[in-house]
Design a protein around this ligand. Structure first.
Ligand SMILES: [Fe+2]
Ligand SMILES: [Fe+2]
Length: 362
């Protein structure tokens, strides 16, 4: 049996590891106190990791002992690389159209802020949903610290900025001194935010508590967003670290690197809890038993379909819309767009693939 600590209070899971120096983002508009900080050696320390980090390791270890299984995984390569590419980002800035890039950083920050909604989930008594004990598991800590810590990381907490404002700070550091005029509300509307939310469609048997399905579904969707976001981090770090393109002497890219480090525990606890659910027997509201593997498979497939097909086209369209919107304000806007698309046009590729797939059907 593992001798590691597997039970924590909510206060413990929200506690910071000690830091020697706090993290500040500085630009000409002022300074932003961010979460996290640096240890005595100058290594970045993510927030709320005093017990949360060791907890994730311990729950995974306990799961290995109890069920002989590794955490569920999905490779980053499941998702396509970022659009626009680094080359296209560079091209837009060099052509004097930095707004789509600045807007992208605003959008990423805004989406990160929405990620805090995970703390609105209400797991309640999770034991009633599972035949096997959930004592000393990540499942048992979801509503007692893990969702709350995740929400604080994304949206910030008290005086410390979270990912939302850290992305905004990265933008302000990178485009310091260069006024980039972006109407954020108009941009978010163009990108389809603020519209009516899609209705929740069940894929599990009616007998399974709907609250459990909502929780496991959102956790899976967020896990996919968290993993696929590593493409975005790599992309942003590449052009934000280029002094010839942006201001800040690499400080904007550093901020993105710190945000990336903070995402590791998110991926960690989500994977762990979903694996614990997968390897247990689910107990329906009628008392009927369901195999966890089958339940998680159904949820996983639905989320993956949404992530790879539905959301992909919508987001490519939204990004192209932003590029066109800002290029249209330049005299030579048409040529800039042509040059941009000559470097890659995944939306056209996707639509061509769809057209030939349906042509083959008829
Ligand atoms: Fe985040
Ligand atoms: Fe995250």
């Amino acid at each position: 049996m593992t001798t590691l600590q597997t039970e924590f209070t909510e206060e413990e899971l929200l506690l910071d590891a000690p830091v020697a120096e706090p993290l500040y983002a500085r630009h000409s508009g002022g300074e932003v106190r961010c979460h996290g900080g640096f240890d005595a050696e100058g290594t970045y320390v993510s927030p709320r990791m005093r017990f949360r980090g060791p907890g994730i390791v311990a729950w995974q270890e306990k799961h290995r002992e109890d069920f002989g299984a590794e955490p569920i995984d999905i490779p980053l390569e499941t998702w396509p690389a970022h659009f626009p590419t680094v080359e296209q980002a560079r091209y837009l800035i060099e052509q004097g159209v930095p707004e789509p890039l600045s807007a992208t950083l605003t959008r990423i920050g805004t989406v990160e802020g929405f990620g805090a909604n995970i703390r609105l989930l209400q797991p309640g008594d999770m034991q009633k949903n599972f035949e096997e004990s959930i004592k000393g598991t990540a499942i048992d800590h979801l509503g007692r610290g893990l969702f709350e810590a995740h929400g604080r990381d994304e949206a910030g907490w008290e005086k410390e900025a979270g990912h939302k404002d850290m992305w905004f700070a990265a933008r302000d550091v990178a485009f310091d001194g260069r006024k980039v005029d972006v109407d954020i509300d108009a941009m978010l509307q163009r990108m389809g935010f603020g519209g009516p939310g899609a209705e929740f469609e069940r894929v599990l048997p009616d007998d399974v508590d709907v609250n459990l399905e909502v929780i496991a579904s959102l956790m899976t969707r967020v896990l996919f967003i968290e993993i696929s976001a590593f493409h975005t981090f790599k992309w942003a770090e590449a052009w934000l670290s280029d002094d010839a393109l942006v201001a800040g002497e690499g400080k904007a890219a550093d901020l993105v690197r710190y945000i990336r480090a903070d995402e590791t525990p998110h991926v960690g606890y989500l994977k762990t809890a979903l694996t614990e659910m997968r390897d247990r027997t689910w107990v329906g509201t009628s008392g009927a038993k369901h195999k966890g593997t089958e339940m998680i498979d159904l949820i996983w497939e639905k989320a993956l379909r949404q992530s790879l097909v539905g959301n992909r086209k919508q987001s490519l369209k939204a990004i192209m819309g932003e590029v066109e919107h800002f290029c249209a304000k330049r005299k030579n806007g048409k040529e800039i767009i042509e040059g941009f698309l000559a470097l890659g046009n995944p939306l056209a590729d996707l639509e061509n693939a769809e057209a030939s797939a349906s042509a083959a059907t008829y």
